[in-house]
Structure formats: C-alpha cells, structure tokens
Ligand binder design. Structure first.
Ligand code: HEC
Length: 162
C-alpha cells in the first residue's frame, strides 16, 4: 500500500471556533489568576514589621560588640553619626528607611560598610549589628534572632508602632 494514499479521515480534526475560543479564554484566565497571585504576594510580602520582636537581646548584645569595633569610629557608639557618617537612629534615619525593608538595610551594611573595609562583615555579624541598631532604636526584642538570609528579612521598618 502506498504511503501517500493516507485516507483523509485520519487527519487531525481542525478545532472548532468554540474550542479555540475556550482555549484562548483559558489561557487568559490562567494569566489573570497568576498576575493577581503575584500582586497579592508583593502586597503582603513584608507582613512583619520591626515591632514584631524580630531579634533577641543576646543577638543585640553580640552586635554591640561588633558595632563598637567596626562602626562606632564613624557613626559613634550612640549611633548619632558624625561628619559624613549619618545617624543610624532618629529622625533622619527614620526618614530614609521608613517603610523600607530590613533586608535592604542588611544588604546595605553587608555590602558597603564599614566604608573603609566594605564586604568584610560576615552575615552573622551583619544581622547582629542590625539587631543592635533595632535595640538602640527601642524596637522590641523577641524570641527568635534576625535571620542571616536576606530573603527571610522581609520585615518592614516603621518608626512608629502600627
Ligand atoms: C570610616 C567611616 C565609617 C565606618 C567605619 C562605617 N561607616 Fe557607615 N557610613 C559612613 C559614611 C560616610 C556613610 C554615608 C556614605 C555612604 O553611604 O557611603 C555611611 C552610611 C551608612 C549607612 C546608611 C545610612 C542611611 O541613612 O541610609 C548605614 C546603615 C551604615 N553606614 C552602617 C554602618 C555600620 C553598621 C558600620 C559598621 C559595620 C559602619 N556603617 C561603619 C561611614 C562609615
């Protein structure tokens, strides 16, 4: 039997307009659902704030030691800042970081501080310093330490209790 004589009825059926329309609608719906889901995630991402007890006292105490050695020379032990080094607590700091994420603050410090030795802090030292900054800023401590992975630091900085 010759192959080119394949009978017509074996051709795949052409989808009807209704079937094609429902496929397109299905795709559009899937897209809408995923866009809504992503938007929802983005909106609720930093569900924790610095008022939720996001560091421990012990961690802040460790951070105080690292801070004294690595940061106080420029930012002062009170965190009030001096000359070019801005304050790390108070109105100016609040204005800069209001609604910002602790993940960004953590990365800012980890990557760029101390100015004269950027990148020299470990993740743990960086988390400890942020804990110390939060304790000096009078944010409450809690039961679990601040994490050292930025993706787990989706914590919103709010200068006043929400
Ligand atoms: C040699 C001086 C010096 C040292 C040491 C230093 N800093 Fe800084 N820091 C600066 C200067 C200057 C700026 C502003 C310019 C810049 O960001 O580079 C700054 C900016 C910052 C900012 C940004 C402040 C804001 O309002 O956004 C943070 C946070 C910070 N430093 C934290 C630290 C921490 C934590 C340490 C210790 C690990 C540290 N710095 C050590 C000089 C210093």
């Amino acid at each position: 039997m010759a192959h080119h004589l394949r009978p017509l009825f074996l051709r795949p059926p052409v989808p009807s307009t209704a079937v094609r329309l429902s496929l397109v609608l299905g795709l559009v719906m899937a897209l809408v659902v995923s866009v809504v889901a992503v938007a929802g995630l983005a909106a609720q991402a930093p569900s924790r704030t610095v008022w939720d007890g996001v560091y421990t006292e012990a961690q802040a105490a460790r951070g105080a030691t690292v801070y004294a050695a690595q940061c106080a020379g420029c930012h002062l032990q009170t965190l009030a800042g001096s000359e070019a080094a801005p304050a790390l607590v108070g109105d100016q700091f609040n204005a800069t970081w209001e609604n910002g994420s602790i993940a960004d603050l953590f990365e800012r410090i980890r990557v760029s501080m101390p100015v004269d030795r950027p990148g020299s802090l470990s993740r743990r030292q960086t988390a400890d310093i942020v804990a110390y900054m939060l304790s000096v800023g009078r944010f409450p401590s809690g039961a679990a330490p601040l994490d050292t992975q930025s993706e787990l630091l989706q914590i919103r900085y709010l200068s006043s209790r929400p």
